[in-house]
Write a protein that binds this ligand. Structure first.
Ligand code: 6R9
Length: 648
């Protein structure tokens, strides 16, 4: 059996055609795909006209020095102007840009006019601190509007921002500050999380002990808690902004001017600083947000329930929505504070029409039970999105039925920090949805599934996901490490971008993601996808979440070990393990039956909701735990170990 012959036997044949009222007003039609396929360069040049340029670009892609792409290279623009001023100039100043909902229940609406003035003040304040175009600024904030203001102020003056997730440690922050040569940091006293104020500033103080080059720290006051300020270095954000004018003339920057660096963990070694530049990134995020969610900016209320410290927050909470003059919701806290219906209360309050979140959130809501969303009026919702991991068919159908009232299409969007924008997704007003499948390459994007020799696989087969042509919002390199960029993404196959994900094409040629290639299991010579076995477990009525790993096994090479979280109303019972093993064997085949199944209270996750299977493998193989610094909550590993009867 060749390395890329996967055993994928599961079948899913439920289908959901698009609702007629969406079809009648579809943003994207079959003709869009045809036009994009015929001439991708011309197609992207057409999309570039969504953006307001200082100097219009005369060409789309410059691929003369692969794999280092340039897009719209002779154009100039200002990203903040595109997200703010131009909407105010067009008479949309009074439109709400953000309905901010704080965890304690405070709320605040910011119009485009107000946001523009705040960003101008902040841009002036950064300039006064000596920040110049090209200087990197770190942003370490909770989910508050100032995070958006800070990002756009940086963009406005051409200073690439480096947003570090507020849940990361002082160590993670200092590593990123040092790698990126940051001299100015924007943070807050603290933020609200799980019902109480949690401090942020002490982590900055600790991080900066290792970062002597940081000369200024702007501190947003969010919680009002006691905060130590270092004389000569720390300044309150509100004082700095109050001292500045709310007028600022945006400078036009070349399209390839760096917009931001976002760090993402590699499978080995230090985090990778993904570099995005201005023109292509803005065209890509703007067009995809409009197309994938069938956005009607004059009436939709859009909610990306993701942290700003994740690429989803950058592309679909900030740059995409704002460039399209969208009204968005921004929520600070956790979904169960003060009660498990908080999200649905927010949907009802703001009449949210498009909701975009991660499968992990959906599975958590499944665990809590359908009666909780049922208590709220969710009739405003018309499109639902998913991102971050493969969405199990059962979670997809639950989402559609219990959140979307059985009306709403679900778009499962596959993309990466590196791609900057959606790359594979159905279209809500066109596709006949298949639960669990991301389905179709985005118009103007070229995707393939190949075997180990880079040959495209036939329909019905699985292999490795590659991107075969450059796209506007692709990463340009890894910060300070061109060689690692080439090695990581462009060396596996000549001329193809290697995404690191497994995928299969079904009989119709539609794409199903199978999980990271480094998570793939090999059991008695069968290459098995963690995703498919997890989906089978989640399809059992008693299971809310599942994580599957391959543990070394003397006879089979690897053995399937599963960790499951039961639904809140499920009776565990003594025979649950036998019941679940039999269920998988029946659903997929005896080869997929897990060797052992452990019922656990929590699973280790990253900030973007990805299960850290590496840590579960450590447990399954009885090893000391590896690095836990990117876990949202490192105590879950103790919780899991405590609950285990006996690790195999
Ligand atoms: C946006 C984001 C990228 C990795 C990616 C893949 C997984 C994301 C997915 C998905 C299946 C989807 N992933 N979306 N897998 N279906 N719809 O998540 O970026 O944090 O860089 O992660 O996430 O494995 O390679 P990032």
């Amino acid at each position: 059996m060749s390395d890329t012959e996967w055993s994928n036997l599961s079948t899913e044949d439920r289908r959901f055609p698009p609702p007629p009222e969406l079809v009648a007003e579809a943003n994207v039609t079959a003709e869009t795909y045809a036009r994009a396929a015929e001439d991708p360069d011309a197609f992207w040049a057409e999309q570039a006209r969504r953006i307001s340029w200082g100097t219009e670009p005369t060409e789309s892609l410059d691929w003369s020095n692969p794999p280092f792409a340039k897009w719209f290279a002779d154009g100039t623009l200002n990203a903040a102007y595109n997200c703010l001023d131009r909407h105010v100039e067009a008479g949309l100043g009074d439109r709400v840009a953000f309905h901010f909902e704080g965890e304690p229940g405070d709320s605040r609406a910011l119009t485009y006019a107000e946001l523009t003035r705040e960003v101008c003040r902040a841009a002036n304040a950064l300039t006064a601190l000596g920040v110049r175009a090209g200087d990197r600024v770190a942003i370490y904030l909770p989910m508050v509007p100032e995070a958006v203001v800070a990002m756009l102020a940086c963009a406005r003056i051409g200073a690439p921002h480096v947003v570090v997730f507020g849940g990361f440690s002082a160590d993670a922050l200092s590593t990123r500050i040092l790698d990126c040569g940051v001299e100015v940091v924007i943070t807050a006293d603290g933020g609200y999380r799980r019902g109480s104020a949690s401090a942020l500033k002490p982590a900055v103080d600790a991080a900066l002990e290792k970062c002597p080059d940081v000369r200024s720290v702007l501190v947003v006051q969010r919680t009002g808690q006691e905060t130590a300020m270092t004389e000569g270095r720390d300044i309150w954000w509100h004082d700095a902004l109050a001292a500045e004018s709310d007028q600022h003339t945006p400078e036009m920057f070349p399209a390839e001017h760096p917009l931001y660096v976002m760090y993402t963990s590699g499978s080995t070694g230090k985090p990778k600083g993904i570099l995005h530049t201005t023109g292509g990134y803005l065209v890509g995020t703007s067009y995809t947000q409009w197309a994938t969610f069938d956005l009607k900016a004059d009436r939709d209320v859009f909610w990306t329930a993701a942290d700003i410290g994740w690429v989803t927050g950058h592309s679909y909470l900030v740059y995409g929505p704002l460039s399209n003059a969208t009204t968005s919701v921004m929520y600070e806290g956790t979904p169960d504070t003060p009660h498990q219906g908080r999200w649905w209360e927010i949907v009802e309050k703001y009449r949210v029409s498009i909701l975009y979140c991660a499968p992990t959130a959906i599975r958590t809501f499944m665990k809590w039970g359908a009666d909780i969303p049922a208590r709220h009026d969710l009739s405003s919702l018309r499109v639902l999105g998913s991102v971050g991991e493969p969405i199990n068919p059962e979670a997809y159908v639950w989402y559609r039925e219990n959140i979307g009232g059985g009306r709403t299409p679900v778009v499962d969007t596959w993309w990466q920090t590196e791609t900057g924008m959606h790359m594979i997704t159905p279209m809500p007003a066109l596709s006949v949805g298949k639960p669990g499948a991301a389905m179709t390459p985005f118009p103007g994007v070229s995707i393939d599934v190949v075997d180990d020799e880079a040959n495209p696989v036939a329909n019905g087969h699985a292999g490795l996901l590659v991107i075969t042509k450059p796209w506007p919002s692709m990463l340009r390199t890894l910060w300070g490490d061109d060689q690692r960029y080439v090695d990581t993404y462009w060396s596996r196959f000549e001329g193809l971008y290697f995404a690191g994900d497994g995928a299969k094409r079904d009989a119709d040629g539609d794409i199903w993601l199978l999980g990271r290639v480094d998570d793939v299991m090999n059991v008695s010579g069968h290459r098995m996808s963690t995703t498919e076995i997890e989906s089978s477990l989640v399809s059992h009525p008693k299971v809310a979440e599942a994580a599957v790993v391959g543990a070394t096994d003397e006879t089979t090479g690897q053995a399937i070990v599963a960790f499951v979280i039961l639904r809140e109303d499920a009776e565990a019972g003594d025979d649950i393990v036998a019941e679940l093993r039999a269920h998988v064997a029946k659903d997929i085949g005896p080869i997929a039956r897990p060797r052992s199944i452990m019922v656990v209270p929590e699973l280790p996750k990253t900030r973007s909701g990805k299960i850290m299977r590496r840590l579960l493998r450590d447990i399954a193989e009885n090893r000391a735990l590896g690095d836990v610094t990117t876990l949202t909550d490192s105590s879950v590993m103790d919780l899991i170990k405590d609950k285990l009867p006996s690790a195999p």
